[in-house]
Design a protein around this ligand. Structure first.
Ligand code: AMP
Length: 494
């Protein structure tokens, strides 16, 4: 999508998990872990396990709680397995893209769960199709699976993974089963999160540490960018192989701002702490005195509490108040297909508490503005119930460009900030004032250099080689086709 237009093609915006246990069936721990990752994907859920002889798979459309019956979990035998929840995309509800993707081939069975988005999947698909691979979906995950299956015919597991990593370009956190071995792989820039946890009787790999917590496990560490982690089949430990070294990482800052759970730890930082720090910086950079500070629930809460705390430390009388109530049974407004439906859904989802707002000057804190639907509606609603003035403060920079790396944003022409300055956006949403956080403040709150972050959606320059888009670093997509390079590897035991 070089022009940044939204595509109806499936993209992979998801949560992944993998476990290896000492004897106990993996299905239930995987099921609970998927529950903890439900916010990362509501379109479909699936589990693949291996019992030492054969692979078992159950993949369904819908939420985790609806996708599995008791009997489904009973039939998913074996102490090793992986799971997946898939994020919905506008227009495409496609069961052929539900995951984990599983396949049996000459040298065994493979299951794959993918979070992220490859930018050279089409080239790879054509290359593999030319050598006889037939595809059942148009998602990237199947491309990775076929490439790996092909490499496994010629190489051992570690070298095969390395070869595939040398050919795929883009964002990927993967959990994989190769027969009864569970692997985790993070792309060389570490764009999407992946971490390792220790359980009483085994190990777990998961997109977010909240999935380790629900299994009463201990967070061990993040998987490093470019690292392959292989869990021992008996749940006793894991081996680590640093397969690809990149000069810089490209951690997605938006995971911290919006996507991940606040109780998860990503790249050594608790998301909740980062959001509070972003809120504090928002006050420092763009604080405005008002009677009340109101978060847009749920994601604005931590930002607003940090903002209000910093404001109070500066001696202002600002009060933190929950002036907007959220109806938790309304789904994500963002992915609704028409503007009319999105506006109606914001109204259903958020209701102001008149007594908190009436006659007051109000600062509203949200994590981001995408199309501007939420902010426009909120300003109107708050004025309708008697707000004297409404000041919007946003805990991230303006989103000016699409995400190609696995988060469903909008196309460039739908983004309210694309081609508009802040004053024009303020006018459009009819707020009394509007400020965003700076890119510098985001990097500081995350404790990372801008060179180690993916800031594509707020700068329009991407850390990957995307056709038709500028890049902010010296990185090129790999040549696909021709002879496979040697895949020498060095391993280390943890
Ligand atoms: P909008 O109404 O289009 O401006 O969207 C902004 C609202 O959607 C904010 O309240 C965010 O919390 C939320 N949001 C931001 N990014 C996403 C996303 N990728 N998917 C769903 N919701 C999002």
């Amino acid at each position: 999508m070089p022009d940044g237009r939204h595509s109806d093609e499936p993209t992979e915006k998801c949560g992944v998990v993998g476990v290896s246990l000492d004897g106990r069936d993996a299905a239930r721990p995987l099921y609970y872990a998927l529950y903890a990752l439900q916010h990362r994907g509501q379109e479909s859920a699936g589990i693949v396990t291996h019992d030492g002889f054969q692979q078992h798979s159950h993949v369904e459309m819908g939420l985790v709680g609806d996708a599995f019956e008791e009997g489904d979990l009973d039939s998913l035998n074996g102490p090793t397995g992986i799971g997946h929840v898939r994020y919905p995309t506008a227009g495409s509800v496609n069961s052929s893209c539900a995951q984990p993707f599983s396949v049996s081939f000459k040298s065994g069975s493979l299951g794959l769960s993918h979070n992220g988005n490859l930018v050279n999947a089409d080239e790879l698909r054509q290359d593999l199709a030319a050598s006889g691979h037939a595809f059942t979906s148009d998602g990237d995950t199947e491309v990775i699976a076929h490439d790996l299956a092909r490499n496994l015919l010629e190489e051992d597991l570690i070298r095969a993974v390395k070869r595939t990593m040398n050919r795929i370009h883009g964002s990927y956190s993967l959990t994989i089963t190769h027969d009864d071995t569970v692997l985790g792989v993070r792309d060389p820039q570490g764009n999407r999160p992946l971490c390792i946890g220790e359980l009483d009787d085994g190990y777990i790999l998961a997109s977010e540490s909240a999935a380790i917590d629900v299994l009463d496990g201990e967070f061990v560490r993040d998987v490093n960018p470019g690292e392959l982690v292989v869990l021992d089949d008996d749940g006793g430990g894991y081996d680590s192989y640093q397969l690809v070294d990149a000069e810089n990482s490209a951690h997605c800052f938006f995971e911290h701002v919006y996507f991940a759970r606040p109780d998860s730890r990503i790249d050594s930082k608790l998301v909740y702490d980062v959001r509070r720090e972003l809120g504090r910086k928002l006050w420092e950079e763009a604080g405005v005195e008002s009677d009340v500070v109101v978060p847009v629930p749920d994601s604005g809460r931590a930002f607003a509490s940090g903002y209000a705390e910093a404001a109070q430390e500066d001696g202002t009388n600002v009060e933190f108040a929950e002036g907007l109530m959220k109806n938790r049974y309304v789904g994500r407004t963002f992915i609704m297909p028409t503007q009319d439906a999105r506006e109606r859904a914001v109204r259903l989802k958020l209701n102001p508490i008149k007594d908190v707002i009436e006659g007051k000057t109000v600062t509203v804190i949200d994590d981001s503005i995408v199309r501007g639907t939420t902010s426009t509606q909120l300003v109107e609603l708050l004025k309708d119930v008697g707000a004297e003035s409404v000041h919007m403060r946003i805990g991230a920079p303006a989103i000016v460009a699409p995400c190609y790396m696995g988060i469903d944003m909008a196309s460039r022409d739908e983004l309210i900030a694309a081609g508009r300055d802040v004053e024009e956006i303020r006018e459009e949403i009819a707020a009394d004032s509007l400020s965003y956080l700076s890119v510098d403040a985001v990097a500081e709150a995350l404790g990372e250099s801008e060179d180690d972050l993916c800031l594509g959606c707020v700068t329009g320059e991407y850390p990957y080689d995307i056709e038709g888009e500028p890049t902010d670093r010296d990185i090129a997509r790999p040549e696909v086709g021709g002879d496979q390079p040697e895949a020498g590897v060095a391993g280390s035991d943890d």
